[in-house]
Ligand binder design. Structure first.
Ligand SMILES: [Mn+2]
Length: 270
């Protein structure tokens, strides 16, 4: 076709607070390696975040006002709110929403060859859905879906029993909120969303495996002190994963982090 142009893809992520900055740095580094050059980062309360623009000129940084209310719900329901903000600033039709603690090993463009509006990842685990990685084709309904997801999070977080249920059945309130938005859509628009399931093993690998050759996206899952070797591995810290299996993934992350710290240092000395 004469006017057909190659579809592009934007990665959207969010960071709230300084402690997520190392994750973001490594994520950006991984994106560059696999040739993804459009990234929108919505952030709050991160020191010197603009220094990252020197090493990753292709990122768009959008500041989200720091939540001064101290509202716990706002914090927990937060990620999706940031994603919506990014979505409003995105002109691509193919979007990958990811947690900052993810790491791309492959360009994930191939996922968009399939038909869907939203593709989410599932695994063989007590908690089947993991919302750390989400693929979406941009339609108005996607924004509505994200709004319904936030509303659900708020409803869950307002009731102790629901919080408990969400942790037991879904691993977190946020994952239960997603499940409900998908299963019990309210608006006509969101009822028509076409969902697709993707294997976590390939597109949101969080259970650790020694063989990373088939993996497209890794998900470190909140173990920064362990990654930075500030504490040893241990069940007492809530780690469910086996350290021997995770070492490959952790080493990859550490190597990348060191590399960027070096670049930032070099940049500051210029
Ligand atoms: Mn995560």
């Amino acid at each position: 076709m004469a006017h057909e142009c190659k579809p592009t893809m934007t990665i959207i992520t969010a960071v709230n607070g300084n402690r997520y900055k190392p994750y973001l740095m490594v994520l950006l580094n991984s994106l560059i390696r696999v040739g993804i050059d459009k990234v929108i980062v919505v952030y709050s309360d991160v020191d010197n975040i603009h220094e990252l623009q020197n090493i990753f000129p292709q990122i768009t940084l959008i500041e989200y006002p720091v939540d001064e209310s101290g509202d716990r719900v706002n914090k927990i329901a937060g990620k999706v709110k940031y994603w919506i903000k990014a979505l409003k600033n995105c002109d691509d039709t193919q979007i990958v929403f990811v947690d900052a603690d993810t790491y791309f090993l492959k360009n994930s463009q191939e996922v968009f060859n399939d038909e869907f509006d939203i593709a989410y990842t599932v695994r063989q685990s007590r908690w089947r859905i993991n919302t750390g990685v989400l693929f979406a084709k941009k339609r108005l309904s996607i924004e509505w879906f994200l709004e319904e997801w936030i509303d659900n999070n708020r409803i869950i977080l307002a009731k102790k029993e629901l919080i408990k249920k969400s942790k037991v059945e879904f691993g977190s309130p946020d994952q239960m909120g997603f499940f409900q938005a998908k299963e019990e859509p309210r608006a006509v628009n969101t009822k028509l969303i076409d969902f697709k399931e993707l294997p976590c093993l390939k597109w949101n690998m969080c259970d650790c495996t020694t063989n990373l050759s088939d993996v497209g996206i890794l998900h470190l899952k909140g173990c920064l002190p362990l990654l930075l070797k500030e504490r040893p591995y241990g069940k007492e810290y809530g780690d469910e994963r086996q350290p021997s299996q995770c070492e490959g993934m952790f080493d990859l992350w550490r190597k990348s982090y060191k590399e960027i710290l070096g670049e930032l240092k070099g940049d500051n000395e210029k």
